[in-house]
Design a protein around this ligand. Structure first.
Ligand SMILES: CC(C)(COP(=O)(O)OP(=O)(O)OC[C@H]1O[C@@H](n2cnc3c(N)ncnc32)[C@H](O)[C@@H]1OP(=O)(O)O)[C@@H](O)C(=O)NCCC(=O)NCCS
Length: 157
């Protein structure tokens, strides 16, 4: 895998991946453009080095002095369970620390068991349930879990 930063010409392929990755509530291309190009947001896009195919993306934005929110992460179904999501998450968390953030947070559908398992395996823990966070239902729920992870240790005194 090769990691690159978002370029406007990637938008169409990201939009296609988005539809393949999210059965419920994918962002449309205007929403994706806004997320990727909003000030303060940063991202990584994974490309398969053999075929040049876009395999996944992650995009994050700072929400306070210490906290950075993973706005979206998705891996194409053809490239799952081979470490692409982990590669993207490691890259974005490392950039968070460089930018001075100490806590990574995210929201995930409470019925999105695969993604929740993925985040647990990457050290995230659930901090709260947010009722009716999403517009569309997934398996009868619109609730989100907020998960978070400390990405740098506190300085010892
Ligand atoms: C969640 C997602 C990004 C994970 O990407 P991935 O590239 O498959 O993840 P990795 O290969 O790095 O997985 C790392 C570990 O996470 C866990 N994991 C990942 N997907 C899992 C799943 N569906 N079920 C259970 N555990 C899972 C496993 O422990 C895995 O290690 P293993 O394969 O050695 O068992 C991907 O499934 C996806 O794009 N899902 C749809 C979009 C989505 O829901 N995004 C999150 C929105 S909040």
């Amino acid at each position: 895998m090769i990691l690159k930063k978002f370029q406007p010409q990637d938008l169409e392929e990201i939009s296609e991946l988005e539809k393949r990755a999210f059965q419920v509530g994918p962002y449309d291309s205007a929403e994706l453009a806004e997320i990727f190009m909003s000030p303060g947001s940063f991202n990584y896009i994974a490309f398969d080095e053999n075929t040049g195919r876009l395999a996944g993306y992650v995009v994050a934005v700072g929400i306070s002095e210490n906290m950075c929110d993973i706005e979206s992460i998705a891996v194409d179904p053809d490239f799952r369970r081979i470490g692409v999501g982990s590669l993207l998450l490691d890259a974005i968390e490392s950039e968070m620390t460089i930018r001075g953030f100490t806590i990574s947070v995210l929201e995930v559908r409470e019925k999105n068991e695969g993604a929740i398992r993925f985040y647990l395996s990457r050290g995230y823990r659930t901090s709260e349930t947010i009722e009716n966070y999403y517009r569309e239902h997934m398996s009868g729920s619109r609730n989100a879990l907020r998960m978070s992870k400390r990405i740098v240790r506190m300085e010892s005194r």
